[in-house]
Write a protein that binds this ligand. Structure first.
Ligand code: ADP
Ligand code: ZN
Ligand code: MG
Length: 480
């Protein structure tokens, strides 16, 4: 049997660090980085005798996330202790939620490359605290713990095993990221670990109703790694089954350099977390009014924004989809559109050249170094005829390298378009004299020759001549 005879099943557990100002059970800052152990206090360092107090914002943010993903919000909920020992967890237990999570039974809709739409179920969203971080390599002879991250609030979003390909898993995670960005509960910076996913993968023969045994790749924090990891696991699991082997339920580590997964622990040493209700915190009870207020305060979500773009800017559904998929991109679009008054051109720049460069550089939208104002200026310079679109492409490359005002860039580089009639005439004359054969061709009815001549003039001026003026003057000169 081959890969086509198998069905792939994927479920994701997504962890998102919430962008509250303070930690979940104390008033230490949640800010990323900082000198090790400078963002902590006796509570998040787990000194004996300290007591946690739940940060109300954490509940609010989690409820927001639940409402934005079509979940039911639990009126009664509580925190539980999840016991395990690891040196980055000074209490030796994590305060999480077990059988009464804040949100349950939601879904998000993804749109696939072929246009097909699909709902992916959310089992639950619960709140918990992040652990600290071990630094293994910096000090010879051991590891040192940094507790700045200990107690940073997290939501864990658990999906149903509804995804059937790496494409669906990627689209799902992008959708979750986009929603969390729109409702501004997490900065979702994957490179800083603010958004990371445990990826569960299994395969089964097509037609089987029972799920296959899954493996779980822990803490994946780039889309590329997730897609590669899933593809690797599918291949490995099918090969193993085809060779008569059995999939073991285990936790894996994906290694991006070798492009392989490695076993971290198997079912034998699976943890018994001995969950029990957290005795140091009161239960959480939410009123209808509280939930209603949060519902009413939800900002525009990607779906609504998409519909607005189609109506307000007359973009195609595909364009609106691509722009609104990332809050960052669509905010950039709106800023640049307002200033330049040219939504179509701004949309084109974002979806063609800017997206291409992001792809080439393997960057995410939020890493774009220039501003909406600068993009607007670029579009205006083309609209005013100050630069050609060929030069504009060079300005854009420059904006990625060294972002500043496009006007300044073209002055510095001497890229201003030549629109002076006398100057253009001179170039036209020069090119005509150098290419008598093309002139003869044109006069004999070969229109292609005109394009060649304009091209030569562009070469001569390093792309700076105004193309419309060139065209007009060549035609005039050869027809007189
Ligand atoms: P945990 O990993 O903490 O034990 P669960 O058993 O609830 O938690 O499963 C976690 C994730 O694994 C969920 O996202 C779920 O959809 C997914 N999952 C469960 N069974 C399978 C399976 N057979 N194949 C793929 N994914 C699965
Ligand atoms: Zn603290
Ligand atoms: Mg898991």
């Amino acid at each position: 049997m081959s890969r086509e005879d198998y069905e792939v099943v994927i479920g994701l557990e997504v962890h998102a660090e919430l962008s509250t100002k303070t930690k979940i059970f104390c008033s230490c800052p949640t800010e990323f980085g900082g000198e090790p152990n400078t963002h902590c206090c006796p509570i998040c360092m787990a000194m004996p005798g300290t007591l946690p107090v739940l940060n109300e914002k954490v509940v609010e943010y989690a409820v927001k996330a639940g409402l934005a993903t079509n979940c039911e919000i639990s009126r009664d909920s509580k925190n539980d202790r999840k016991n395990y020992f690891y040196p980055d967890l000074p209490k030796a237990y994590q305060i999480s939620q077990y059988d009464k999570p804040l949100c349950e039974h939601g879904y998000v809709e993804i749109e696939k490359e072929n246009g097909e739409k699909k709902k992916i179920g959310l089992t639950r969203i619960h709140i918990e605290e992040d652990a600290g971080k071990l630094n293994h390599d910096e000090y010879a002879g051991g590891s040192l713990v940094d507790l700045n991250r200990a107690g940073v609030p997290l939501i864990e979003i658990v999906s149903e095993p509804d995804m059937r390909s790496s494409e669906e898993a990627e689209k799902y995670l992008r959708k979750i990221k986009s929603i969390l960005e729109y409702i501004e509960v997490s900065d979702c910076k994957m490179q800083e670990g603010s958004l990371r996913a445990d990826v569960n993968v299994s395969v089964r023969k097509k037609g089987d109703t029972k799920l296959g045994t899954r493996t779980e790749m822990k803490n994946m924090n780039s889309f590329r790694a997730i897609v590669r990891g899933i593809e690797y696991e599918i291949r490995r699991q099918i090969d193993l089954i085809e060779d008569g082997g059995k999939i073991e339920q285990e936790t894996l580590r994906w290694d991006d350099v070798s492009g392989k997964t490695f076993s971290m622990r198997d079912k034998e040493d699976a943890q018994d977390y001995r969950y029990f209700p957290e005795p140091d915190l009161v239960a959480i009870r939410l009123s209808e009014e509280y939930i209603e207020n949060i519902k009413n305060s939800l900002p525009e979500l990607p779906e609504t924004r998409k519909i607005r773009y189609i109506e307000q800017y007359h973009l195609t559904e595909r364009e609106a989809n691509l722009l609104t998929a990332s809050k960052y991109l669509s905010d950039l679009f709106e800023k640049a559109e307002k200033i330049s008054n040219n939504p179509k051109a701004v949309c084109n720049w974002i979806l063609s050249d800017i997206s291409r460069i992001l792809n080439e550089k393997e960057m995410e939208a939020e890493q774009i170094p220039f501003t909406g104002e600068q993009l607007a200026e670029l579009v205006q310079l083309i609209d005013k005829g100050t630069i050609s679109s060929a030069i504009a492409k060079k300005v854009l490359e420059e904006l990625f390298e060294n972002p500043k005002s496009p006007e300044e860039i073209i002055k510095e580089k001497g890229w201003i378009q030549i629109s002076d009639e006398g100057a253009i005439k001179e170039i036209v004359q020069k090119v005509l004299e150098a290419n008598p054969q093309s002139v003869a061709d044109y006069k004999a009815g070969k229109d292609k020759a005109l394009g060649f001549l304009v091209g030569q003039a562009m070469k001569e001026t390093k792309g700076k001549a105004n193309p419309q003026m060139l065209n007009k003057m060549f035609v005039e000169a050869m027809n007189s």
